[in-house]
Design a protein around this ligand. Structure first.
Ligand code: HEC
Length: 118
C-alpha cells in the first residue's frame, strides 16, 4: 500500500512538471497569438506555398479543383481524400513528392482539431 501511494504521488509530480513545461513550449512555438492551429494562422500558407500553383482559381495543370479558400480545402479533406494524397507513397500531392513529415503532421493535427478556420 505504501508503494502504491508513492507511485501516485510520483505520477502526480511528473504530470505537474510536464504540464507546466508543455505550456511554455506552446506559447513559444505558436506564431498565432496563442490560438490553436487554424486555417488562417498556419494551414493557408502551407497550401499557398505547395498546392495553389496547380490548385488555384482557376486550377491549372489539370488539377481538378481549387484550394484557395477555407471551404475548398475543407471540402477536399472531406470528399477528395486530401490527407490520403498528402501521405501517399505512390501518388502523393504535390506530385513532385511528399511534403516534409512535420508539415504533413501540421495538416493532420489541424484536421484532428476539426479544421478550425480562425
Ligand atoms: C504540379 C501540380 C499540382 C500541385 C503542386 C498539387 N496538385 Fe493536387 N492534383 C494535381 C492534379 C493534376 C490532380 C489530378 C490527378 C490526380 O488525382 O493525381 C490532383 C489531384 C489532387 C487531389 C485529388 C482530387 C480528386 O478529386 O481526386 C487532391 C486531394 C489534391 N490534388 C491535393 C493537393 C494538395 C493538398 C496539394 C499541395 C500539398 C496539391 N494537390 C498540389 C496537380 C497538383
Amino acid at each position: 500500500m505504501k508503494n502504491l501511494l508513492s507511485i501516485f504521488i510520483f505520477t502526480g509530480l511528473l504530470l505537474t512538471s510536464c504540464s507546466s513545461s508543455d505550456d511554455s513550449v506552446e506559447m513559444d512555438d505558436n506564431n498565432n497569438n496563442g490560438n490553436e492551429l487554424t486555417y488562417v494562422g498556419t494551414i493557408r500558407s502551407i497550401i499557398n506555398s505547395n498546392c495553389t500553383g496547380c490548385h488555384g482559381n482557376p486550377p491549372t495543370n489539370n488539377a481538378p479543383m481549387a484550394l484557395t479558400t477555407y471551404l475548398e480545402v475543407r471540402s477536399a479533406v472531406e470528399t477528395r481524400n486530401l490527407l490520403g494524397r498528402l501521405n501517399s507513397a505512390t501518388n502523393p500531392m504535390p506530385p513532385t513528392g511528399q511534403l516534409p513529415t512535420g508539415t504533413r503532421q501540421l495538416i493532420e493535427d489541424w484536421v484532428d482539431l476539426g479544421m478550425p478556420e480562425n
